[in-house]
Each structure stands twice: as C-alpha cells, then as structure tokens.
Design a protein around this ligand. Structure first.
Ligand code: ZN
Ligand code: MN
Length: 516
C-alpha cells in the first residue's frame, strides 16, 4: 500500500557508484551545461506541545537526566497497552484547521514495522490511510525567506499544498560513543506530527521559507515549540530533477533528518548541483536516500530503493479508530488568528507598512504588546516605529524578551503621548525610555521631569525666543533672506539659555513662526 505522495516517483534501477567514481567513469562534461527543473517535497516531523506522551502518562521533557520519564508502555515492554493522548489529537486537528486541512470522520492508528535499537517494540504506532488531517496548504511568507534572498524571491506569495498531517510517536534518542551506544527513552513516545507537502517547492530558498513559515504558524498556534535545535522539528527533503515540465518526475533522492533551516537550504543547494552535474555527465539518478554531512557540506549515499524497507503496515489492534466529529467541532472554536491574517489586519486597520506589519505579527507576545501600547491619541504608525526602531533593539541587546520588558505597554503609550503633545523630541523620548527600563516603577512623565524635560511653558518660551531674536538681528536677517539652516543656530541658543529642556522641534517651529 502506498503511504506517501512520492511513491509515484519513478524508480531507476542501475548500479550505484559513489559520486567521484561516476565522475571518473563519465569524464566528459557538456560544454553547455543543461538546466533542469527542480521538484522538492518536504516531510516535517514536529513534536506536539503536550504535558504527557502520546500513549502513556509519562511527562514529555527536554534536557532532563536520561531515562527518568519512562514506563512499560513507552519502553515498549511486552503486554503494555497504549492509551490515546486527547490533547495531542486535538492539537493536531487544530494544526490541520490552521492550515486548511480536512479531517476524515474516522481516523485510525497503524503499526509501521521495522527494527531499530531506539524502538524496542519493533514497530512505530502511526497513521497510514486514515490520518487526522488531509490536504491543506502553507503560504510562504516573503519575510521568512533567508535575509540574503529577500530581494530575489522567484515566486512571491507562493502557496505550498499539503498532502496530509498524521500523528505518531517519537522514538528514543541514541548517542554513539566509539563502540558503545547509549539510549535515552525520555523522548520515546512523545507525540509527533508528520506534515507532508505535495512536491510543490522549487528552490532551496523556498524550502527554507517553508520551514520558517511553518514554524511561525505552529508556534503561534500553541501546537508546538518547533525548535529545530532541540530536535522538536526535523525535516526530510525529497528532491528530483527533470528536463521539461512535460517529463515525468525524475528519480527521487531523499535527504534524511535535517535539523536546521540553514542545513536544509545548503543541503538542497548541494543536491541540485550534484544531480545537475551527474545528469550533464550522462549519469541517470536512482531513487535513493542520502544523509547530509553538515561539517563537510555534502550529502552521502545511505541506501537505494533496492534495500528500502517494507514496513508491513497493519491496523493497530490495541487502539480503536477514532470518531473525529466532536473534536473537530470543539477545535473549530479555538482556531487562532494566523500571522498573515494579523499582518493583513495591521496593514488595513492601522495603515502600517508591509514590513512593520510583518515584524509585529511575527510573534504573538510582540503583537499583543503592540496592540496594548496603542492609544487613541497616538497614530499606530508611531507606536509601531518606536517599538521596531527603539524598543526591540534595546531589549535584544539586553537579552530580555518582550514579556520580560520592564516598560509595560501602558507606560510606553504614556511616553509616546509626551512626544505627541510636544513635551519630548524623538531623541529625548529614547533617553527617557532607557531610564524607564531601569526605573519601571516611575511614570514616563516623572522621568521626563527628572531629566529636565518639562512640559513647555509657552509664555516663558515665547519670551526667550523674542530675547534671542533681538540678540541676533544679523542672523534673523539672513534667515529672512532664505538661509533656513541658521534656525538651528538660534534654536541651539534658546536650548542653552533655557532652564528646562524644551523640545527643539517645538522651538524651531516657534522661531520660524516669529521670524515669518
Ligand atoms: Zn511512558
Ligand atoms: Mn514519520
């Protein structure tokens, strides 16, 4: 029976040589290298954010002592029986809803049989023909492309179709030390979503953007932490080349278990180049599985289709099929706003630029901070500017998250109000903000006051302006003659003479009015 969407890909059975052997056998390179169409599909394994494991009550954990969260079920001891984790199922269905999948009315569990030391019961409980989610799509966010590829996006706003999302269990983690292998079962039985795309991607950059976008959606939906560094998200890449769009797909090469977005990008680039060179040298590709060596920056052959597994799937006799209707109904009420929906709302309702909207919608706590800091007296654009240009940089430097930011959104609104009513200039507001970070118990107005930025007494300021204008008649004459730059000189004189620190912009405006 066929499980994945790639089983239709063509199989070429020819003897396998290593890359260098092939180059030696086929030394003739075409003087005009041919170009190929690249087809990429991704399979992402992603841990579902739950407190307990998929089929037992053991805690899901990361970074604990080895083999502390284990029981007969997740150790795979004979006779131990699985019990379904409802939250894992709900979050997978929710993921499907966020990504536009449908859920079949009945979903079931199957055994995928294979031997591996990190899975002692010799089968993985997974889903074959009736997964929790079918179809769906992931929009590639343009701001999720690698920063050096932002300006050369070949297919902006591209949508990647999904084939399915199914729920299964993670295996244990093995560590190889010389001739010894250590196994930690803390991870065994952690709920794992497998998210499978259609072969819709075409470049390394799209694969990168897909993973970043998916990560953002999963994290914002609260269904996974999707941290690749912690192994919470892992990716298999299927890649094939062909000459023309009318040709059948080329032989599929699968890259296994990539664990960072940049590794995926580099591995795909390498593989496109390797396959292109081989095809140009007349070497047909064969369906095979390769591993990515991150240190050497190359892929290495693991196995060909000939020694591929036959998993002998069959329905799990320990778990009843699941009626999904009630779960679907319940989860449909808690589908969150997605990053691109929030971004569109910011652009439309608050007139933010696309860039500002994408930054602020990229993280839920940041979006919440922004929305709480908004104030009817302050244009949203100005709040967004201060957040992006001042606040984010400052807290990043100090390595604190937006949730830990000592300046609460209401206080930031108060600070920006002082700018709006003319008490503070932009650079003065930045200065006040830095002090607010240290003295979060004080209001923005109190700190501004302590720094000498008092609300301008217009009477006193008027008098001071008149005084300075009288003191520098020659400069005033030059300004009248069109030398606007000298306004700054007079502003400086007033700033010096003033006992408080008025907003320089306000002073310049006042001078301009007076001089006419
Ligand atoms: Zn357990
Ligand atoms: Mn899987």
């Amino acid at each position: 029976m066929k499980l994945d969407c790639f089983s239709v890909w063509q199989i070429h059975l020819i003897p396998d040589f290593t890359f260098s052997e092939k180059i030696a056998i086929f030394p003739q390179r075409s003087a005009f290298p041919l170009m190929y169409l690249v087809t990429i599909g991704l399979e992402v394994h992603c841990q579902v954010n739950t407190v307990t494991k998929m089929f037992c009550a053991c805690a899901t954990s990361f970074g604990e002592e080895p083999n502390v969260n284990i029981c007969p079920t997740c150790l795979g001891l004979p006779g131990a029986l699985p019990v379904l984790n409802q939250v894992a199922i709900e979050k997978t269905i929710l993921t499907g809803m966020m990504l536009g999948c449908s859920t079949p009315p009945i979903s079931k569990w199957d055994r995928k049989n294979y031997f591996y030391p990190d899975m002692p019961k010799n089968y993985q409980t997974t889903q074959m023909d009736l997964p929790l989610c079918i179809g769906g799509q992931v929009p590639l966010y343009d701001h999720c492309y690698p920063s050096d590829a932002q300006k050369t996006i070949a297919r902006p706003n591209q949508i990647i179709r999904l084939n399915r999302i199914h729920l299964e269990e993670d295996v244990a983690k093995s560590t190889h030390l010389g001739t010894t292998s250590l196994i930690d079962f803390n991870r065994a039985g952690t709920p794992l979503m497998e998210i499978v795309t259609e072969p819709d991607l075409e470049t390394a950059e799209e694969a990168f953007a897909y993973l970043r976008t998916l990560q953002m959606i999963l994290v914002q939906g609260g269904v996974s932490f999707a941290d690749m560094e912690k192994g919470q998200m892992r990716c298999d890449v299927n890649i094939s080349l062909r000459r023309n769009a009318s040709d059948p797909l080329g032989a599929k090469v699968e890259l296994k278990n990539l664990n960072s977005t940049s590794a995926v990008r580099r591995a795909v680039m390498y593989e496109i180049e390797r396959q292109t060179e081989e095809l140009n040298a007349g070497i047909p590709q064969i369906q095979s599985t390769r591993r990515w060596d991150d240190d050497r920056g190359e892929t290495q052959m693991m196995r060909t289709k000939e020694d591929a597994h036959d998993y002998r799937y069959f329905p799990c006799p320990d778990l009843l099929p699941l009626h999904t209707m009630n779960l679907v109904e319940r989860m449909s009420r808690v589908v969150p706003e997605l990053p691109h929906q929030r971004m569109a709302r910011y652009e439309k309702d608050f007139s933010l630029t696309r860039y500002d909207a994408s930054v602020l919608s990229s993280d839920v706590p940041l979006a919440q901070y922004f929305e709480s800091a908004m104030h009817p007296a302050i244009p949203a654009k100005k709040t967004a500017n201060f957040l992006i240009n001042n606040l984010l940089g400052t807290i990043n430097e100090r390595n604190i998250s937006i949730q830990e930011c000592p300046v609460k959104p209401e206080n930031l609104a108060n600070l920006l109000e002082l700018v709006e009513n003319g008490t503070l200039a932009a650079n003065q507001a930045r200065e006040v903000f830095i002090v607010m970070l240290e003295q979060s118990e004080k209001t923005a107005a109190a700190i501004a006051d302590e720094l000498g930025y008092k609300p301008t007494d217009t009477g006193a300021l008027n008098e001071l302006c008149d005084q300075i204008i009288a003191e520098f008649p020659d400069k005033v004459a030059e300004i009248k003659a069109g030398n606007e730059r000298l306004l700054n000189f007079l502003t400086g004189q007033i700033m010096k003479a003033s006992t408080v620190k008025p907003n320089p912009k306000l002073v310049t405006d006042l001078l301009r009015d007076k001089i006419g």
